[in-house]
Design a protein around this ligand. Structure first.
Ligand code: NAD
Length: 310
């Protein structure tokens, strides 16, 4: 491995968030409760549930895993929405896969949606609406994996803190290989809303997300582009991959020298020699995702308490 490439592990980025959450919970003497619904036999979902349980135990969050039949899930979500002892709800996807899972995402109460996947929160990401209320006291919940990747980019220094908040990616070109509604599309929107030029690659083609020349637009616009993967990747300062298959490998030869390469797929999407081109390589993001889940839970816990006080 060449010494010029630094590997950044998700555990390193998540550590400071985890410590902060743990301290906050201890100092305020609170015990936020998260309920996770598992309605599939997917080993990746069980692994994610295990991680969630372990991290919650370490930080002082009460976590309850409820294994349910998928046909009872909607009713169980409704019960949890109404249960005042529960502060956050998450579902391990896929349940049915496809559109029925989108429906389930919107069954979770906005005030308990730790994953940030209900229509309102995703809409707010796409429209660069950062607060839930007009007085700007309640920040929107952002989907966990896109938020985890933003936090990793902040940690690495891709966000330029000299620039004003909201514009800190101005001048950066980023490629995201994945345009799912859970990760890739909201991630491309978040990064473009923060000022980046984002190429969004999926099986159907390539789009560019930007706030226009001089980042004059208040939210990003999307345009189809007639460029190849090689053409967009070779001009990108950061390349983020999330292709859910072991066969997919992004050729190292496409990468710009000194690129920041981040993989969030459960499979290795970069070739083994990625470190010969990358200045920074992040092989996975899962631990930061769980930290963001807890961060969102704390935020919702506070919103719920403020609302009941009014
Ligand atoms: P998905 O199947 O919904 O989406 C896959 C995306 O990849 C689609 O946009 C598809 O068009 C694109 N794609 C597939 N093959 C491609 C190719 N050859 N070239 C370009 N694009 C291609 O999956 P998802 O829910 O977005 O999950 C993707 C991966 O990310 C999975 O491996 C999943 O386990 C992982 N994931 C990780 C986390 C985490 O926190 N670590 C969270 C969510 C998902």
């Amino acid at each position: 491995m060449p010494a010029s490439c630094k590997t950044i592990l998700a555990s390193r980025v998540s550590a400071s968030f985890r410590d902060q959450i743990k301290q906050d919970i201890k100092e305020r003497n609170i015990r936020p409760k998260l309920v996770g619904f598992l309605a599939n036999e997917d080993p990746a979902a069980s692994k994610y549930a295990e991680w969630t349980a372990k991290t919650c135990a370490e930080t002082g969050v009460e976590f309850e895993l409820r294994k349910v039949d998928k046909n009872d899930l909607e009713e169980k979500i409704t019960e949890a929405n109404e249960d005042k002892s529960i502060n956050g709800i998450m579902i391990y996807y896929p349940v049915y896969g496809g559109k029925q899972d989108l429906y389930l995402q919107s069954c979770v109460s906005t005030l308990k949606d730790v994953e940030g996947l209900c229509h309102k929160f995703v809409y707010n990401v796409y429209h660069n609406i950062r607060y839930v209320d007009d007085n700007e006291t309640m920040k929107c919940i952002i989907p966990c994996t896109p938020l985890a990747i933003v936090k990793i980019l902040e940690y690495i220094g891709v966000y330029n803190s000299v620039l004003p908040y909201g514009n800190r990616l101005y001048g950066r070109t980023i490629t995201v290989v994945n345009r799912s509604e859970i990760v890739g599309r909201p991630l491309a929107a978040l990064l473009a809303n923060d000022g980046a030029k984002v190429f969004s690659v999926d099986v159907n083609g390539i789009q560019v997300f930007t706030r226009g020349t001089g980042i004059k637009l208040s939210a990003h616009k999307v345009e189809d582009v007639d460029l190849s993967v090689e053409e967009v990747v070779s001009q990108s300062d950061v390349v983020i991959t999330g292709v859910p298959t072991p066969k997919y490998k992004l050729p190292t030869a496409y990468l710009k020298d000194g690129v920041i390469a981040i993989n969030f797929s459960s499979f290795a999407n970069f070739e083994d020699d990625v470190k010969t081109r990358a200045s920074i390589f992040v092989p996975s993001v899962g631990k930061v995702t769980v930290a963001m889940l807890e961060r969102n839970l704390l935020r919702l816990h506070d919103y719920q308490n403020n609302l009941t006080e009014k």
